[in-house]
Design a protein. Structure first.
Length: 268
């Protein structure tokens, strides 16, 4: 399987996440130090001149504001880090990013398949004899209930503290429709020397993929395929039995997408 990864974009978002996290920790530290003002200047002492007096008057407001802002910044940082940085996954000995987990679970596909990670208008795209598959990826653990087109997570007290850092299940079926539309619009730009478009009719499907092995899925007639990471290959092979593109069509599709992809060659 060929891999076309926009590592520059991935690293940029990972760096953004780490900066948010560090900024959040810095703000929390400021809040903690501000909370010590009554120890340095007991309430029964007169108000000091200048900045010290300002802290004596408003230390409580500053401390609580720093707690809220610092928590939010750190949580936003965690959100980006969870999506774009390497981490150890439950049940795995590897430290991987989500795109690397996807790639590992598709290991074994031959060179007719191409995996595009963050390099096309849709984040994760696989092409091959089956056509095109777009993945809506989720990395959180917990429980997800899918009822037709409805996606929900049961309430838990723990989620309150991770509201900003978690991806949340959202609506993968809606995400897939939007991403498939972006790919179709891209394919509409293709044409051969005679002005005809042989790629516009390429089948484009999608699947919601949950990478975290600690996820609990309760499925009731979902409108899109819902897969765990280790079910991807089986799903794609079943799809390839229904749709069989010719080798010439696969090459034309791959050449066109590579031409429009933003990626960096894999390091040696």
């Amino acid at each position: 399987m060929k891999v076309y990864r926009n590592l520059t974009e991935i690293k940029k978002k990972e760096t953004l996440g780490r900066r948010f996290s560090l900024a959040g920790l810095a703000v929390l530290l400021i809040g903690f130090l501000t909370s010590l003002v009554p120890t340095w200047y007991p309430p029964d002492q007169p108000i000091q001149p200048g900045f010290a007096g300002f802290l004596q008057l408003y230390w409580a407001w500053i401390s609580f504001a720093a707690l809220a802002v610092g928590f939010m910044l750190a949580s936003i940082g965690s959100y980006y880090i969870n999506r774009y940085a390497r981490r150890r996954w439950p049940g795995s000995r590897f430290f991987e990013r989500p795109d690397e987990v996807l790639e590992r679970n598709m290991k074994g596909f031959d060179d007719r398949y191409s995996f595009f990670a963050m390099s096309l208008p849709a984040n994760y795209v696989l092409t091959g004899p089956h056509g095109i598959t777009v993945f809506a990826v989720r990395s959180d653990k917990g429980k997800v209930i899918v009822d037709g087109d409805r996606w929900r997570e049961p309430f838990s007290f723990w989620r309150i503290f991770t509201v900003f850092s978690r991806e949340g299940v959202g609506n993968p079926s809606q995400d897939l429709e939007e991403q498939k539309q972006k790919i179709r619009q891209l394919l509409e730009q293709a044409s051969d020397g005679n002005g005809t478009n042989s790629l516009a009719a390429t089948p484009v499907d999608g699947a919601a993929v949950f990478l975290n092995q600690a996820i609990v899925l309760e499925l009731n007639n979902p409108v899109v395929p819902v897969l765990r990471g280790d079910e991807i290959k089986e799903h794609i092979r079943a799809r390839a039995k229904e749709v069989k593109l010719s080798n010439a069509a696969i090459r034309a599709l791959n050449d066109f997408l590579v031409k429009h992809a933003v990626y960096q060659p894999a390091p040696e």
